[in-house]
Design a protein around this ligand. Structure first.
Ligand code: RFL
Ligand code: PHB
Length: 400
């Protein structure tokens, strides 16, 4: 056997995305031993373009896990966002509406790179190219992960198995179907996301409602812009030329006044579907689910990565408490604690999505409701505060 390939561990983690990697670091710091199995290679995991906004609690956890240095040097602190509709803009000021909260612009790819570098530096073990095929014994004291690594079938006996293996993962399948409830909504549109080598045309993110559909202006740094356009489901990224993308972005961001969208070379294009999905419960026997393995949100509320981080912060505390005191009280509460926060984020993500996007063939009544809601946010500090509190992130453990 490979020297670095253990046959047993306390916590077996399937998936080396943000959820699995952050959990491993937090457990390592708490003295709980664990192993991470990741099916892809390191280069692939580090390059996947995904989320870009971090809430305070996510930043705090990254710092606590030792992964805050580059984030503190390169992350951009944002105190607000702009909403645009009807050719006008309205800024939501986070600190004044939330008692001082703000968000960080720091790409998921960078978070993942930081966590991988730490993990490979001082452990615990992280195996790339290790694909979990199944988990047996979820309802016994010793669940086992069956996986393939370097062409060989292997097994890892664990006290606890955590599925951080994303929406298409296998760990969820260890739970009998009769024990799981799933709730799902798909949307009749997708996002075309592009990266462009051009300084952002704004200091803060712009979420735009327009009769032509939704558009979002985000960024990766002071020199790289990240932009999204609502497109029909099934759109091929290659069917959008660079010129067409810039023209459409310009039309959807159009605002009275002298604002200009700067153009630059587009370096990546991809289409992402929009989905809401929740699995209940998030624990069965000795198998726990965290992050996208348990729930998906459409990206309009910037919640996916932050929800994944929140789950594993709650879980790491619960496993550390078990390790330190022998008490399973926090683990027993894990699913309920997380699901209350998950459903709040599901609602917010659905609200942002349905307020800002145009359904194909949307009627005038629905459009008027959307515009009225946006007007209300602009007119009422209470309505704006509701958005700002949700966007910047609610408490990790919601008050009951
Ligand atoms: P991830 O990041 O999907 O990581 C799961 C990891 O598990 C591995 N894996 C397995 N490993 C071993 N054995 C198996 N059988 C395995 N099956 C899967 C995978 O290779 C992967 O490395 O889930 P995690 O850690 O829960 O993190 C969640 C976030 O990644 C996710 O919520 C967000 O990125 C969602 N999301 C976005 N959120 C935003 O807020 N803004 C965005 O712009 C945004 N863009 C996106 C996204 C999600 C996307 N996906 C999942 C389709 C763009 C995309 C394309
Ligand atoms: C991003 O920067 O990729 C991003 C930002 C905010 C969102 C979604 C994506 O709501």
């Amino acid at each position: 056997m490979n020297r670095s390939e253990p046959a047993r561990t306390t916590v077996g983690i399937v998936g080396g995305g943000p959820a699995g990697l952050l959990l491993a670091r937090l457990l390592h710091r708490a003295g709980v031993d664990c192993v991470v199995l990741e099916s892809r290679d390191r280069g692939y995991v580090e390059q996947r373009q995904r989320a870009g906004i971090l809430e305070q609690a996510t930043v705090d956890a990254l710092r606590a896990s030792g992964a805050g240095d580059r984030l503190d040097r390169k992350g951009l602190v944002h105190d607000g966002i702009e909403l645009r509709w009807d050719r006008r803009g309205h800024r939501i000021d986070f600190p004044s509406l939330t008692g001082g909260r703000r968000v960080w612009v720091y790409a998921q790819t960078e978070v993942v790179k930081d966590l991988i570098a730490l993990q490979l530096h001082d452990g615990p073990p992280l195996l790339f190219g290790a694909t979990a095929e199944s988990v047996s014994g979820a309802d016994t004291d010793r669940p086992v992960i069956h996986y393939v690594h370097e062409g060989r079938r292997r097994s890892l006996a664990c006290d606890w198995v955590v599925g951080c293996d994303g929406f298409h993962g296998v760990v969820r399948r260890a739970v009998p179907g009769s024990e799981l409830r799933t709730f799902e909504r798909t949307y009749p549109y997708s996002w075309l996301g592009v990266l462009a080598d051009v300084p952002p045309s704004c200091d803060e993110l712009i979420y735009a409602h327009s009769p032509r559909g939704f558009a979002l202006h985000s960024m990766r740094s002071t020199t790289v812009s990240r932009l999204y356009l609502q497109v029909p489901n099934g759109t091929e990224p290659s069917s959008w030329s660079d010129t067409r993308i810039w023209e459409e972005l310009e039309a959807r961001f159009a605002v009275d006044g002298d604002w200009r969208l700067e153009r630059g070379p587009i370096t990546q294009k991809a289409v992402l579907p929009m989905r809401s999905f929740v699995t209940e419960p998030m624990r069965w026997g000795r198998v726990l689910l965290a992050g996208d393995a348990a729930h998906i949100v459409p990206p309009t509320g910037a919640k996916g990565l932050n929800l994944a981080a929140a789950d594993v912060i709650v879980l790491a505390r619960a496993l550390a408490a078990l390790h330190d005191t022998g008490s399973t009280a926090l683990l027993d509460a894990y699913s309920d604690t997380c699901l209350r926060r998950v459903w709040r984020a599901e609602h917010f993500s659905w609200f942002m999505t349905t307020t800002l996007h145009a359904d194909p063939g949307q009627d005038g009544f629905t459009t008027r409701l959307q515009l009225s809601q946006l007007d209300r946010i602009a007119a009422s500090p209470h309505a704006a505060a509701e958005l700002a509190e949700n966007y910047t992130g609610l408490p990790l453990v919601p008050p009951s």
